[in-house]
Design a protein around this ligand. Structure first.
Ligand SMILES: O=C(O)CC1=CCC(=O)O1
Length: 99
């Protein structure tokens, strides 16, 4: 099953730039691992915001929740998840394989 997530990052104002940079390094590594394992199918920055749209392919909602909880920045993100179903007008069943 496919899910799209919007993640809005909100760091506390008191957080130092060094701590933010450390979170970003850890987040990048965790995200890369999810992409290499085919769990995260892609991620895009929302223009002008410290937010992203990312797509996940998983069969288990508890696993998806655990995946989100594993993000180093999870405590500083608002995550909204939307399940995706096939659209009758889609010209392919496998959008990601055609990329
Ligand atoms: O959008 C960001 O920079 C935060 C983030 C969440 C998952 C990811 O890879 O980055």
């Amino acid at each position: 099953m496919l899910f799209v997530a919007r993640m809005d990052v909100v760091f506390p104002e008191s957080m130092t730039d060094e701590t933010k940079a450390d979170f970003q390094v850890k987040e990048k590594a965790y995200s890369a691992d999810l992409q290499e394992r085919g769990i995260m199918k892609g991620i895009w920055r929302i223009v002008g915001e410290y937010s992203n749209i990312s797509i996940y392919e998983v069969d288990d909602l508890d696993f998806l929740h655990a995946t989100f909880q594993g993000f180093p920045m999870f405590a500083y993100m608002n995550v909204k998840v939307t399940p995706l179903a096939k659209h009758p007008n889609a010209t392919t069943d496998d959008f990601f394989r055609q990329l």
